[in-house]
Write a protein that binds this ligand. Structure first.
Ligand code: F3S
Length: 285
């Protein structure tokens, strides 16, 4: 059986950097350490960190009960009010916001200062989008679907700046921008989709189009993994979404000649290698 593993599978630069920053604090003996939300969407990594004493705060409100320690902001970033809250509590801050996300925060602030309303193309409930929105003024809007564009409280000729959630699907972003462009606003569009995501998606799509079965590895709550799965599913009907090797049913791939493997941005290399080794060992029937 031929097994192809995507070169872009797994941790992206920002996630790797954030995870390393947590381990670095542990090694330096910093105590107590808190992360604001799980550092990545991977249960195994989060569990390992918890065993090493890292506590996860479920929401910024929980900061109010923290008396001392270091708070690590994860790669998704947070809104300005959270920085203010940490400072007010007198806690130490380690900012592991991905530099690409940080850049969007800066764009939002600058564009607001220049009088533009910011439109974020993305998923309103995603922490990264909440964080980006948290740097914008009260006019900031989040848009995910084309239907929403028809019902926005905007006036003709309004000055807009469109940015994107870093993990948003590029084609959907393009369609939404096109829809906005037809409405006669004064628009600046900044494609802030991260290359890591695009490259992973393009490679996954290519591999999925060439193989008989495709395996997508990633956490249940990882939106970028879910998107990878959707992309692969379009190219290859036998696409399987798994979290770890335990979820893989060997029978699903034992009658095919070729298998592709990719993984979301929060999937540790160890899990990808485990799946790879085991798929290679599966005997064809
Ligand atoms: Fe950063 Fe891109 Fe990863 S924005 S967190 S490098 S997907």
């Amino acid at each position: 059986m031929e097994v192809v593993v995507a070169k872009t599978a797994g941790f992206c630069f920002g996630v790797e950097r954030a995870v390393n920053q947590v381990y670095c604090q542990i090694e330096q003996g910093v105590k107590p350490i808190y992360t604001l939300g799980p550092i990545i969407h991977n249960e195994e990594v989060v569990r390992d960190l918890e065993e090493k004493g890292v506590r996860v705060l479920a929401s910024p409100e929980e900061l109010d009960a923290v008396k001392e320690g270091t708070v690590i902001i994860r790669s998704h970033g947070v809104g300005k009010s959270v920085y203010d809250r940490i400072e007010k509590r007198g806690l130490c801050l380690v900012d592991a916001t991905c530099p690409f996300v940080k850049k969007i925060h800066e764009i939002v602030v600058k564009q607001n200062e220049e009088g533009r309303r910011v439109i974020i193309i993305g998923d309103e409930a995603h922490p990264e989008v909440e964080g980006i929105k948290g740097w914008g003024d009260e006019r900031t809007l989040v848009v995910k679907t084309e239907e929403q564009v028809d019902h926005l409280p905007l006036y003709p000729g309004e000055k807009l700046c469109i940015v994107s959630q870093t993990t948003f699907n590029y084609n959907k972003f393009k369609d939404l921008v096109e829809k906005f462009s037809k409405k006669g606003y004064d628009i600046i569009t900044l494609n802030t989709i991260c290359n890591a995501t695009q490259e992973r998606q393009v490679e996954a799509e290519h591999i999925a189009s060439q193989v008989e079965a495709m395996i997508v590895i990633g956490g249940r709550n990882s939106s970028n993994t879910r998107k990878l799965y959707e992309i692969c599913q379009k190219e290859c009907k036998n696409t399987y979404y798994i979290q770890t090797l335990d979820d893989l049913d060997p029978e699903s791939v034992n009658s095919v000649r070729s298998v592709g493997i990719t993984a979301g941005a929060s999937t540790p290399k160890k899990i990808i290698e485990e799946v790879h080794t085991n798929v290679r060992a599966i005997k064809r029937v």
